[in-house]
Write a protein that binds this ligand. Sequence first.
Ligand code: B3K
Ligand code: ZN
Length: 872
Amino acid sequence: PGNIYLKDYEVPRFLIDKTELRVEIGDKDATVLANLTMRRNPASNYQGKSLSLHGVQLELQQLAVDGRALSKAEYEVNGEELLIHRVPDNFTLTSEVLIRPRENTSLEGLFKSRTMYCTQCEAQGFRKITYYLDRPDVMSEFTTTVVASKSECPVLLSNGNLHDWGALDDGRHWATWHDPFLKPAYLFALVAGDLSLVEDSFTTCSGRDVALKLYVEEKDIEKCGHAMDSLKNAMVWDEEVYGREYDLDLYMIVAVDDFNMGAMENKGLNIFNTSCVLAHPSTTTDDGFKRVEAVVAHEYFHNWSGNRVTCRDWFQLSLKEGFTVFRDSQFSADMGSATVKRVEDVNMLRTVQFAEDSGPTAHPVQPAYYMEISNFYTATIYEKGSEVVRMIHTLLGPELFRRGTDIYFERHDGQAVTIEDFVAAMADVSERDFTQFMNWYRQAGTPRLSVTSDYDPQQQQFSLHFSQSCPPTPECQEKQPYHIPVSVGLVTPSGDLPLDAKGNTTQVLEITQPEQTVVFEGITEAPVPSLLRGFSAPVKLSYPYTLDQLSFLMGHDSDGFNRWNAGQQLSIQLMQALVTDYREGTPLVLDQRLVEAFAKVLAETDTDKAMQALVLMLPSEYLLAELAEVIDVEAIHQVRRFMCRELGRELRDTWRATYLANSEKVFEMSGAAVAKRSLKNLSLRYLLNGASDDSLSLMHTQFMEADNMTDRLSALNGLVNDPREEARPLSEQALDKFYNDWQHEPLVLNQWFQTQAACVLPGGLERVKVLMEHPAFDFHNPNKVRSLIGVFCNSNLINFHDEAGEGYRFLADNVIALDKLNPQIASRQLTPLTKWRRYDLTRQALMREELARVLAEPGLSRDTYEIASKSL
Ligand code: B3K
Ligand code: ZN
């Protein structure tokens, strides 16, 4: 397989005005009858007579042009293409194909999940349903008839509005759906199954009534309330914040258990992984609740940013994904705490996206080439893409940004457009030049921004000197400088200094040069600069802060994000020093300044408790790994454990008091209650880390008595990871009890698998291998694969990277096996091995060997081939 290049883009040679489908689902297979009203594209300069359509794993039964069946000589099937030698300028193409949803383990196209049939078409799954121009710039009006057994599949759904339905006399029935909005094939969906319905309604700002329908398995009917509330909140929010109103009379969400990703924004018929829609306090953690809210909103927001205005080609994926992630992050910030949301997002960006950006699969937000588009649903396209939109928002301010999005939606409604079109709307409303800014879209890699300062008391001048650079990445060695919005404040013991005549204490500097100095005048005392407030740009910032300056910012910065960030930088500096000590065999000693800083934070009474908990959480092993020159697995793991233990010991009484003060008798779901739980559970974890005598019994009692999944799982995690001998029987019992209590809830079992897969005690791989044989484990179900294999390989640094290399062999074996069933999941699971360059030479060799073994596997999918070959 080779690369496909953005520079080779050509407009479609033909268009499909109308798409009529009849999908008949039988016991063994399904037939798809397609009637396509087609014409030559006037915008194309193609002069030839032939028509090429996409099709994968289709068994062609009939093919006709304008009602005349084609003979074998009039077309040919070459791999994934159907070539018809001669077509007129306007014509109808009729095809009948046979497909096998029951055998479709790739979960792309039409497939069966438990008792239900459903589809997944983005990015290129529609070609597994029928021959088509499966590209996002071919937009068509769809009419779909679904036919299936009435007893097995009482519910028949597709996009748009229900137009007609009826029964056949052989026990089957049918429903015809019509979607009035033009859409590309990737937004097509169909569902047939035995589903229960939860209904609600929403009145839009212009007074139209929209029916909201959530389809789930009967047993999950009690777990729909949160998704429904989130949907209604998202609908109001998009009206208020972006002026976007919903456009159909019906909005449906269907929950399926076997799904390659979180959810899919098909027009009027979203399909969701059960993990992103079902929620109930007894089965779902507080983080799970937040995730449901965010994903429901994300898919809803796609109705405008993605569906009404879609992508011209897949190089523009971030046009819809980056923008929509930005929109859902603003929404979550408005629904809860903006600072908490920002901290969570930046943590994820720094650990996952920065790591991607410095590895072999690094790519720009607008890639220039790809082999398999499914591999490009990445943290870079989504999260960095969102950061880039956020920077535009920062540069323009909220009002201009809103005018920009208004113009964008108005200009391009019903069109398939590019990232350049989006930026052009922003440039037009602001009269700003975005030429240099486009480097954020076109260059991969995380820019480094080094800052120094000096203060001149005579002149009352404070100067910041910026210097930017960006390391080379596979597709680009020499980087052009970026246009970086740097939000700054100058902090003194008596507060932030005013930076302008209006008294503003935050200013957005625009750094565009490789070297640049900014001078602040009238500064009467030496301040500590608060840089990159709110994380105003996705860069790696360095400034020679002393530990005392960081402690000072932790207590005094008016920017909540930077208060948290100062604490993180303080911990990182100390941890990095301890890693060096560990490697040199120097006994580890914890700097008392960290203990003091923690004690101060714990003593605060007026801070949001969720924020307090975040400040008290040490940077993860993976963040430290990302920052390391060479990742020393052992040193990082031991140092972090040492710090947790020391902090647990030194502040034992405070943790206990905090634990007790934040324990509630009655469960509540409010933001304040969620925040309390996070602080409470963190405190309990420190008690356990500090090995306090009562911590085991506190943990055990909490596990036994918890009335919600957050507390229960948090206690279970503590017990499972407690290294003390006396913890073993309690942990075994707790795992058994948890399994017995929840064996009928697949989503809860995922958490049971995750807890064990992430256990850092020795013997991790053996435990995972045993669990792979557990009856509840299912290699065909992506959630299970992610919970066990994914969590072990991505979230258990010390066990996965055991220096014997067995973890690597385990992963490679599983990727090879998965690749035959589900290439998208297989190639995604391969990620940890692609990072081999970051480890010591011994591990490098072992990891490479396994990657090479994967690559040598005959019949490898394009998905896995691309990742393996680009990583070696
Ligand atoms: N657009 C889908 C992702 C599709 C992934 C295809 N491999 C979900 C989302 O981002 O909203
Ligand atoms: Zn999306």
